[in-house]
Design a protein around this ligand. Structure first.
Ligand SMILES: Nc1ncnc2c1ncn2[C@@H]1O[C@H](COP(=O)(O)OP(=O)(O)O)[C@@H](O)[C@H]1O
Ligand SMILES: [Mg+2]
Length: 391
């Protein structure tokens, strides 16, 4: 840390002065009203001016790079450079020279010397993206710069000294990588002085409409694309979707819709790709299955219970279509009739053991599928005194 780090910056104060409107919808270009995002904004505000190392974790597309940019722009170093290094995409030798530079003749093809990214970032911030993919050899070198700002360029003998603030990001579980000895424990703790975990978009669904409005507006004002609106029904579909690619996936989809989408400028459910409608593979368009809310949300889910619950829904649906005829349901499920009966029996027993059943209770953590003329799952699994089990 040096004189550049310390007091709160003018930028941060300005942000606060702008008051609540800025607070609710976002911070430094990061949109989010969800409490977890608000908490992140607060951490950025507090940590940015200090110059300490920050480790940002989160799935791909959640906005880790935006967070890194915010930390830099709110810091005393904001007039200096923010230099990104993408550690994942590059082979080890190249990455070393990319980060630390090399001397002329250091290796075949090194006809001139080269200044590395750490030197370029001197006085500013370096953003080490996908730091979890770095080789253990480079991890040692990185640890040293973090400790005392020193390194040698590849093929060089003279030690260089820099003053660089390090912000790192990864979508890997570094704790696990430490356990598997793929990531150095000392480096892990040195990086995560302040950890920031960016939640997946599906764990903060209430931010989806905010982001949609933000991106639609931005595409118009910043990129000069036509102004688009979105129907409430389409917004609902977007909010319910799982977003495995997170905000990046949402942003790309909206861009695609604005460029190639409906000519009347209104995005409706039928303009959205089929996968967004949450239908299960091979399921008819009319069955009304919705995607279950696997939010994980940092805590994880009970995998076996979820699988059980999905099985319940599939069986319920088959029994629904077969109007309770188990032979027909077994045919639809491509199961032996006895296999289906066994499953039903086992399910009923495990539910009785758990004190569930006797008709109607929700089974498992998922809401029961919305089915047009459906039978609630409890009707056959609960179950009206076991009636449904007698074939
Ligand atoms: N909360 C957010 N508000 C606005 N834009 C966002 C947000 N999160 C991500 N984005 C946008 O989504 C894209 C992916 O974000 P990025 O920071 O590169 O994600 P990551 O580094 O986690 O993969 C970028 O275009 C970014 O501007
Ligand atoms: Mg990224």
């Amino acid at each position: 840390m040096d004189a550049r780090d310390g007091e709160r910056t003018g930028v941060a104060v300005e942000e606060e002065a702008r008051g609540e409107a800025a607070e609710v919808t976002g911070f430094a270009g990061i949109i989010g009203r969800h409490p977890r995002m608000q908490a992140i904004f607060e951490v950025i505000r507090r940590v940015a001016p200090t110059g300490v190392t920050v480790l940002i974790t989160g799935e791909s597309g959640t906005g880790k790079e935006l967070v890194a940019q915010a930390i830099h722009s709110q810091s005393r170093r904001h007039a200096q450079r923010l230099v990104p290094v993408h550690c994942g995409a590059i082979p080890e030798e190249l990455l070393e020279s990319e980060m630390f530079g090399h001397e002329r003749g250091a290796f075949t093809g090194a006809v001139t010397s080269r200044v590395g990214r750490f030197k370029l970032a001197d006085g500013g911030t370096i953003f080490l993206d996908e730091v979890g993919d770095m080789s253990t050899k480079l991890q040692v070198k990185l640890l040293r710069v973090l400790e005392n700002g020193q390194f040698e360029p590849v093929g060089g003998v003279s030690t260089q000294q820099v003053d660089v603030r390090v912000v790192a990001a990864t979508n890997r579980n570094l704790e696990e990588a430490v356990g598997d000895r793929q990531f150095r424990e000392d480096l892990y703790y040195r990086l995560r002085v302040v950890p920031i975990e960016v939640p997946p978009l599906r764990a903060r669904r209430e931010d989806v409409p905010l982001l949609v409005d933000w991106f639609l507006n931005q595409m118009h004002t910043a990129k000069g694309l036509p102004r688009f609106e979105i129907s409430p029904a389409a917004m609902e579909v977007l909010t319910a979707y799982q977003w495995p690619g997170n905000v990046r996936e949402l942003k790309n989809l909206l861009e695609q819709l604005v460029v190639l989408g409906p000519t009347d400028g209104v995005i409706r459910p039928e303009n959205l790709p089929p996968k967004l409608h949450g239908r299960m593979a091979g399921d008819g368009a009319t069955s009304g299955w919705t995607t279950p809310p696997w939010d994980f949300d940092g805590r994880g889910i009970d995998f076996y219970r979820e699988m059980e619950s999905i099985e319940d829904r599939i069986i319920a649906r088959a029994l629904d279509i077969s109007r309770g005829n188990k032979k027909e349901a077994a045919r639809l499920l491509q199961l032996n009739r006895t296999t289906l009966l066994e499953k039903l029996k086992r399910k009923r027993e495990s539910r009785t053991a758990l004190g569930l059943g006797e008709g109607g209770e929700r089974l498992g953590p998922m809401p029961i599928a919305v089915e047009p003329q459906g039978t609630p799952i409890g009707d056959f699994l609960g179950l009206a005194g076991g009636q449904a089990l007698r074939a």
